[in-house]
Design a protein around this ligand. Structure first.
Ligand SMILES: Nc1ncnc2c1ncn2[C@@H]1O[C@H](COP(=O)(O)O)[C@@H](OP(=O)(O)O)[C@H]1O
Ligand SMILES: [Mg+2]
Ligand SMILES: [Mg+2]
Ligand SMILES: [Mg+2]
Length: 349
């Protein structure tokens, strides 16, 4: 099956959303950060990106039923303090869409924006098609001025068949631990993958796509690994004990968001490890786009026990002890090291 139309729409939506996010990040004031009830910072850009992507997908694919599983909902925008935020979100959406000549965005109202945000309430599941969206993945990185990603994927019969990752601050050149970080003017990557058709990267501001591949190395001594910047999201202690067992020499590369999957897909490093604290449930929008970007580049993404990720169970992604990604040669070694380290940890408790 071809997903050409869907891919074109997803790339357009993510690229426009990235533009909106970049504008907000530039103008980021303390007042742009609103506290959601779970205390994670949510910004004008999270909502704006979600609304904009919902608009673009619906307009570009009018003949398809539209189901969207997305992270944000408009709850916090309905109270009084949300009104100013909603006004600004609407302005950002109108302004960003105005750059697209084919859209008449001037008539978009605050109510349209609320509706677009709340179209993301779908539960997903194993039948039909569902878009899966993280409007800003790595909100903490976004607020810090670091890495973040707009992550959009399409599920078909419970499987991820398409993924797009826009990473506005990711350098076009490698960010592996052996590389110097280049200046931010050479940043802004768009990764995309369709099932069976490989993974490609292009510059967000337009360039022809090039096919990317995960690293071919089978030698852990020359492998480096990615993990969350935020220690609260993933145990840095566990990953370093696994890396040591494997014989990885390079220090971890810690960055926010699914930009890690993008970097892995083009071989910047060889391994990605994520071990959330016990009781934390992973969400499908945090991994759907990233996982297909890595698998179509020749890599593997599994949970810590080696099971494939199952995106067909609704909004949550239930995993057995973490999420890991690497190439096919290193995966057996990585799985063994994960198992040993988890056993040691369990017996030391
Ligand atoms: N305690 C926790 N453990 C694991 N992941 C968490 C977490 N709290 C938040 N997250 C998730 O981690 C994501 C960021 O990933 P990373 O750590 O790779 O940068 C967040 O996405 P959002 O920023 O979209 O909310 C959020 O969904
Ligand atoms: Mg969040
Ligand atoms: Mg996220
Ligand atoms: Mg998010």
């Amino acid at each position: 099956m071809s997903y050409e139309k869907e891919l074109a729409a997803a790339k357009k939506a993510a690229t426009l959303a990235a533009r909106l996010c970049q504008k907000v990040q530039k103008a980021l004031l303390q007042s742009d950060v609103q506290s959601k009830s779970d205390k994670s910072p949510v910004t004008v850009a999270d909502y704006g990106s979600q609304a904009l992507i919902s608009f673009v997908l619906e307009r570009e694919l009018p003949s398809e039923p539209f189901s969207l599983v997305a992270e944000e909902d408009s709850g916090d925008l309905h109270n009084e303090s949300g009104q100013e935020t909603l006004k600004r979100i609407t302005e950002y959406v109108i302004d960003t869409l105005a750059s697209e000549e084919t859209y008449d965005s001037s008539s978009i109202t605050k109510e349209d924006v609320i509706r677009a945000i709340d179209s993301g309430k779908s539960e997903g599941g194993s039948s039909g098609r569902h878009w899966v969206l993280d409007p800003i993945d790595g909100t903490k990185g976004f607020v810090r001025g670091d890495q973040y990603a707009i992550a959009l994927a399409l599920l078909h019969e419970g499987k991820v068949v398409l993924g797009v990752l826009a990473c506005p601050n990711l350098p076009l050149a490698s960010i592996g631990s052996n590389h110097q970080h280049s200046s931010s003017k050479d940043a802004g990557c768009l990764f995309f993958a369709t099932i069976g058709e490989g993974t490609y990267m292009q510059a967000l501001d337009g360039s022809s796509p090039t096919r990317v591949y995960v690293t071919a190395t089978d030698n852990p001594a020359e492998a480096s690994f990615f993990e969350s910047f935020e220690a609260a999201h993933s145990s840095h202690g566990l990953s370093s004990s696994i890396a040591e067992k494997l014989g990885v020499k390079a220090p971890p590369v810690r960055i926010d968001s699914q930009a890690k999957y993008g970097a892995l897909s083009r071989g910047d490093g060889a391994i990605y490890m994520r071990f959330a604290r016990k009781g934390y449930r992973e969400k499908i929008w945090d991994h759907a786009a990233g996982s297909i970007v890595v698998t179509e580049a020749g890599g593997m993404v599994t949970d810590g026990a080696g099971n494939p990720l199952d995106f067909s169970k609704g909004r949550f992604l239930d995993v057995d002890s973490g999420i890991i990604a690497t190439n096919q040669k290193l995966m057996p070694l990585l799985l063994r090291a994960v198992k040993e380290s988890l056993n040691e940890k369990a017996s030391s408790l």
